[in-house]
Design a protein around this ligand. Structure first.
Ligand SMILES: [Zn+2]
Ligand SMILES: [Zn+2]
Length: 259
């Protein structure tokens, strides 16, 4: 695998409902610590100057504004659940700035979901001002975009096969509850691994903290970050201190760098 200069930003680190949860009275949902406020999971990557976002959920607009992201080359989608897909209408400012459709990479089933859920985008004569998407179907094979090699990583979200992504020495996996051996092989030698950890108790469709740590300890990255967390992850301040060395609890707007 190539090595790139990679800068990343955790745009959102929350599970599908985000944190705080509407109507929840728990202490975490009422925390004053900004690191306990989690938008829906997404990630910004600058790879040798090429800008990617992984997933565009409901908070996409706010995430772009908060992090002053003014140029975007492509979006990589992990799967079709709304917390990863519901923000695609808000790519329009990027369309208007560049006067061209934004490439969106996803596997076949997800492409079909995008075409169904954003049907107005794909009409023969869409209304003026509709988002412009250049949806590109990918498989488990590595592909190249603007000189950057992207390796999709097959993982399972309960029974749903979804994608993580490896780019050079960086890998990103969210919403996984199982990682096949073939994918574990593709993760060999990563420096930085981002992986989902919902909470401490087990969950049917997402890794919990101990399962995520088990995967990390097999892959042995230089550093790992836990994301897609619910309010049950506890306070950032407290939970982050319980993790093994070089495993970090991610929080919104946290930046990472790998050379
Ligand atoms: Zn999710
Ligand atoms: Zn709560």
């Amino acid at each position: 695998m190539e090595r790139y200069t990679i800068n990343g930003i955790f745009l959102g680190t929350g599970t599908s409902q985000g944190v705080p949860v509407i109507g929840c009275n728990c202490a975490v949902c009422h925390s004053q610590d900004a690191r306990d406020k989690r938008l829906r999971t997404a990630f910004f990557l600058d790879v040798n100057g090429v800008h990617f976002v992984i997933d565009a959920g409901c908070d996409f607009r706010q995430q772009m504004l908060t992090n002053n992201i003014t140029s975007l080359d492509a979006i990589l989608i992990t799967h079709e659940h709304k917390d990863h897909l519901a923000g695609l209408d808000d790519i329009r400012p990027f369309n208007f700035m560049k006067h061209e459709p934004l490439p969106i990479f996803a596997e076949q089933r997800v492409v079909e979901a995008i075409k169904r859920e954003y049907s107005y985008v794909f009409k023969e004569h869409p209304y003026p001002g509709a988002p412009m998407m250049n949806v590109q179907e990918i498989t488990e094979e590595a592909f190249s975009y603007k000189g950057i090699t992207i390796q999709p990583l097959r993982v399972n979200h309960m029974t749903l096969p979804i994608f993580g992504y490896r780019i050079g020495q960086f890998a990103y996996i969210t919403d996984a509850s199982f990682i096949p051996e073939t994918t574990m092989k593709l993760l060999e030698g990563v420096d930085i691994l981002v992986i989902n950890a919902l909470r401490f108790r087990e969950h049917y469709s997402h890794f919990n903290v101990s399962q995520a740590i088990e995967v990390i300890q097999k892959i042995k990255p230089r550093q790992a970050y836990l994301t897609h967390c619910s309010h049950d992850i506890g306070f950032y301040e407290k939970t982050s201190k319980t993790l093994p060395p070089d495993i970090f609890l991610a929080y919104d707007n946290l930046q990472i760098h790998c050379l």
